[in-house]
Design a protein around this ligand. Structure first.
Ligand SMILES: Cc1cc2nc3c(=O)[nH]c(=O)nc-3n(C[C@H](O)[C@H](O)[C@H](O)COP(=O)(O)OP(=O)(O)OC[C@H]3O[C@@H](n4cnc5c(N)ncnc54)[C@H](O)[C@@H]3O)c2cc1C
Length: 552
């Protein structure tokens, strides 16, 4: 046994769960596919939503969250998460995170969809402050090992072990197959089974499924893909949040201009300088993100322009520089001065509201498998995420997930022996041009056909194209020597397909999902979310006699 608890991912969810499990006496192994701080957490600018202002109340935070979730958030989950927020923030402070303060206490920002100021932040480096504090604690903990450049490929399932110890009714997870991606001259990437009593998917989101995204390169939906392949239900994947304001610049991969800028008074304008949000929503630029993103999309399509402008030039420059040093210096690198000129922006894929179906404790339908953070769908966000509720969900999920992980680890039966990874007959790819093409093709078609505004025709077209691409990618996966690129490509293609399938099944518009052919919200879908589970892939499997790498 390599660990009591194997955590896949080193963002806020994974690190906090690791710390709390280890504090309860578990031996924890954290593996992460690149550098430890290559996470969305590290990039978060805005902050953590929590009620601290005496004018504010838990009831109002709950109401804002439920309103944003458009009928699909689970009220019990919302109440619990919102209610625990102040405690989780204080806990971060105790772990060394230094949040911005005013004389009266914590400085509170405002973001779209929030009726009050309640965003706890560390200037605009909030995520980095959290990530670094947690990493320092994890690295110093005697019961935790953290290994970088370890890519989890698939879960080890009891039903697929040749000599299953006990055939139980309920599927059980015993760890994951992990590829060591550390450069080792002359040797191939090594893939080995890592055995654990409990495995935690804390693998973050899937923004890389789309051509334009605010997410880091690691966000390829691996946790969702692994869970789906293991037969675990995934849900609400049609609800992809597009952040309205990413820098529009040919060389900027994913520079986000935080919503807090609009909270401080930033205005959106078309290229001729006209403000358009006041005519769209009573909260103007502070309307929920989906409303703002759709309004920008509409202006771009109507006017045939590539971007709109975000303008803070009417605000005091000193205040902007002091409050947003991260955004300010990021923009300076591309030659923009935020305080002097309006900045070109476009929407980009930002956050996955759906994911692996899990309780707030991370519990999934598979024994020994938990999902926490952005990978999980706990019922908090419903059809749309309220800004800065996601770091909060990761922290609350990790808190309860640790207790669940330790409980399950203590009760786990003795582990059976895991099969080694089967890669016989695979060979190195002759060239990588085909992978590069498929990467671009998947992301482009998702952007063009499954973006902010959808239609039946576009979704059907996307489904057909993705099926073709996935068939080719699966064949490559089953016969080629694996690389990180190929593994991630397979995952974005699968998750893209699942997003399309979920979007096609929802024959209404709600929250983040807007379909021109079904523009209204339908009562028959109230309180229901859509689940997808894997069925056999027999047709494809017949094309190769003995597929390797767990492919097909
Ligand atoms: C630019 C930006 C700004 C944001 N701002 C805010 C904000 O202000 N407030 C807020 O609440 N939310 C914000 N969010 C969202 C928030 O940051 C994320 O939802 C949250 O950090 C997710 O945490 P996580 O631990 O679930 O995942 P992450 O922090 O993304 O960590 C995922 C980890 O899993 C690892 N991983 C992935 N696949 C594998 C694999 N196959 N094998 C091994 N390791 C793997 C990754 O390498 C990474 O270490 C922002 C997101 C972005 C991108």
């Amino acid at each position: 046994m390599d660990a009591d608890v194997l955590v896949l991912g080193s963002g806020a969810a994974g690190l906090m769960l690791a710390l709390k499990s280890a504090d309860r006496g578990a031996d924890v192994l954290v593996v992460t596919k690149r550098r430890a701080d290559d996470t969305s957490t590290n990039w978060a600018q805005g902050g953590v939503a929590a009620v601290f202002d005496p004018q504010d109340s838990l009831r109002q935070h709950e109401r804002d969250t439920l309103r944003c979730g458009a009928g699909l958030s689970m009220p019990g989950v919302v109440r619990r998460v919102v209610g625990e927020a102040p405690e989780r923030v204080r806990e971060l402070e105790a772990l060394g995170v230094v949040f911005s303060r005013t004389r009266g206490g914590l400085a509170l920002g405002r973001e779209g969809g929030h009726s009050q100021r309640r965003i706890v932040h560390a200037r605009d480096f909030t995520g980095q402050a959290i990530e670094q504090a947690l990493l320092a604690r994890v690295r110093a903990h005697p019961r935790i090992r953290l290994v970088e450049d370890q890519l989890a490929l698939d879960l080890i399932l009891e039903s697929r072990m040749r000599v299953a110890a006990r055939r139980q009714r309920r599927e059980r997870c015993w760890g994951a197959y992990v590829m060591d991606c550390r450069p080792a001259p002359g040797s191939r990437a090594r893939i080995r089974p890592v055995l654990a009593r409990v495995t935690v998917l804390a693998t973050g989101g899937c923004g890389k499924v789309y051509l334009y995204t605010s997410n880091p390169d690691v966000a390829t939906g691996d946790g969702i893909a692994m869970a789906y392949r293991a037969g675990v239900a995934v849900e609400n994947l049609e609800f992809v949040q597009f952040h309205p304001t990413c820098l529009y610049h040919p060389e900027a991969k994913s520079l986000l201009l935080t919503e807090a800028l609009r909270g401080e008074g930033a205005r959106l304008r078309t290229l001729d300088g006209r403000r358009f949000m006041p005519g769209v929503h009573a909260m103007a630029e502070l309307a929920p993100r989906d409303v703002v993103a759709r309004a920008i999309d509409r202006e771009l399509k109507r006017r045939g322009e590539t971007h709109v402008l975000l303008d803070v030039t009417h605000l005091p420059p000193g205040r902007i520089r002091a409050r947003f040093p991260n955004v300010y210096s990021g923009l300076r690198r591309f030659g923009f001065d935020l305080t002097r000129e309006p900045i070109p922006v476009v929407p980009a894929a930002h956050y996955m509201c759906g994911g692996v179906r899990a309780a707030l404790t991370g519990r999934t339908a598979v024994a020994g498998l938990l999902a926490v953070g952005e990978t999980a769908c706990t019922g908090l966000h419903g059809a749309n995420r309220l800004a800065s509720n996601s770091l909060l969900e990761a922290l609350v999920g990790a808190h309860h997930g640790a207790a669940e992980a330790v409980r399950q680890a203590r009760r786990a039966p003795p582990a059976p022996r895991a099969e080694p990874w089967h890669a016989q007959g695979t060979h190195p790819p002759l060239e990588t041009v085909v992978f590069d093409h498929h990467w671009g093709a998947v992301r482009r078609l998702m952007w063009d056909l499954v973006g902010i505004v959808r239609s039946d025709q576009r979704l059907l077209y996307a489904a057909r194209l993705l099926e073709l691409l996935r068939e080719e990618i699966e064949l490559d996966y089953a016969r080629l020597r694996l690389s990180r690129d190929l593994v991630e490509l397979r995952n974005i293609a699968l998750v893209g397909g699942l997003i399309v399938e979920s979007a096609r099944r929802r024959r209404e518009s709600r929250g983040l999902h807007f379909n021109l052919d079904h523009p209204r919200r339908e009562r028959r879908y109230d309180g229901r979310s859509l689940l997808l589970r894997r069925h056999g892939d027999g047709r494809r499997a017949r094309r190769l006699a003995a597929p390797a790498n767990g492919g097909l």
